[in-house]
Design a protein around this ligand. Sequence first.
Ligand code: ATP
Ligand code: MG
Length: 557
Amino acid sequence: MSEERKFTLEPESDDNFIDEFIKQDLKEGVYDYVHTRFPPEPNGYLHIGHCKAMVIDFGTAIKYNGQCNLRMDDTNPAKEDEEYVDAIKDDIHWLGFDWEDRFYYGSDYFEEQYQYAEELIKKGLAYVCELTPEQFPEYRGDLSNPAVSPYRDRPSDESLDLFRRMRAGEFPEGKYTLRAKIDLASGNFNMRDPVLYRIRYIEHHRQGNKWCIYPMYDFAHPLQDALEGITHSLCSLEYEDHRPLYNWVIDNCDVPYRPRQIEFARLNITNTVLSKRYLRYLVENGIVDGWDDPRMPTLCGLRRRGYTPAAILDFIDRVGVSKANSMVDIGLLEHCIREDLNTKAERRIAVLQPVKVIIDNYPEDKTEYFDFPNNPTDPDSGTRPLPFTKEIYIDADDFAEVPPPKYHRLKPGGEVRLMNSYIIKCVGFDKNPDGTIAAIHATADLETGTSVPTDRKVRGTVHWLSADYAAETNVILYDRLFTEENMNDLPEGKSYVDFLNLESAAALSSVKVEASLKDAEPGDKFQFVRIGYFTKDTKTPDTFNRIVTLKDSFPKK
Ligand code: ATP
Ligand code: MG
């Protein structure tokens, strides 16, 4: 991702609305470079929503030959956890982005932020307030009434003294706050003398007990951006109403740089929740098998599921950057991984629900080989021989004792082509005491095989494996984690856990596969012919995860 791009200030076809703002700024000389940042809060693992933010933050920097910082937003002492920091870094690198030597923690700026707060007090732009947390709502006012703040005229030197004593730990939590003096009548409630600092006796994961007052996000974030020389602070839409406060902080503190905040729409995906709080709940309550459960929309989950960075970036690219919130069909994400793996993944044969077929007219002790293409989209990928013997497996789905109309797979008295091999005819079957099929009997047309005579019309082709040579493995058929499309707008009284898809991880044992799959490495990806894309799991031995089925409702590129 480090290759330099040539950019022009003229409109380009791949420009989004953020580009328009940036080009305008560069043209007008507001900035002469582009410096962005990606500010994850280390209170969970990154999810695919963050990918959109990363593509915008890192991608914009790349586009303008600028730089993008990685900043752990650990301002709030209550929630952060060091465990997540390394995982976040790994995930960003996996996706292909790099912050080089610009890695920061929001908490590294606590001292500077404190000094800016003192500056505001001295300028008469901030004051220490004594409203208790319980009183705040009643003094907030409403759309027709301004807020009331009995302490806003406290003299500066008195506020300064109290603020210093707040820092020194002289007061209990909730006794005092530091508030900006802005506009109690503002239609934007964020501007009604917002709290800048509150007292919290909580140990910070990096600062320890050094602090017992902590800045609020709306005060901390613009200062962090300004101190790092960020030009464009790109964030999601929920911060739009906070932008006036962001600008107020920048305008009233004597900061070295003047960043500009631009908001974009968050990514929402059908049948998916993208809130760390919800995702953490699933993990902590054992509803999923950790943050990297292959059904999770986290980057580590998608990676374990078998998603590639290329497919995820293609998806984000197709979703595009817009200002309007929208819901993206999860089918598009599935389409992107199919498109990527179609060209990259080698084909293998797997029989998920094996049923034995005995070729009555085939010699007992004979083995012959038929060639299978490794990847039909790549003529250079070659072929591999698969052994054929008297007893083979086909999938239970490919045989119907009582076939529905237009059934072109194997049925009593019917013919089917064995993939790249003989045409066989079903001549009978044996049943187990419980009524299930024990074995199907067939005869092979030994005149067919590699080349099929042109006068032979057989509609169906099924895949197969020699019973003598096939290996066995486990497969987990993963599916969407939630049954409801719009998880952001659930019916009254329902919680997202009410919509968990109970069939989202169907485990199959005794799946028959080509023997060579026994040597697959964790993370290797294959197309199981006629079934879907699968990857060898990185955690559970001898298990293949279904990445996605082959059925696709989106048109090909
Ligand atoms: P969550 O609700 O998942 O905790 P968050 O916004 O609190 O989301 P942060 O770690 O604070 O998560 O986010 C880091 C950056 O990623 C922010 O700039 C945020 O706007 C962006 N981001 C988070 N979720 C999405 C999303 N679904 N779509 C686009 N950007 C997102
Ligand atoms: Mg957050």
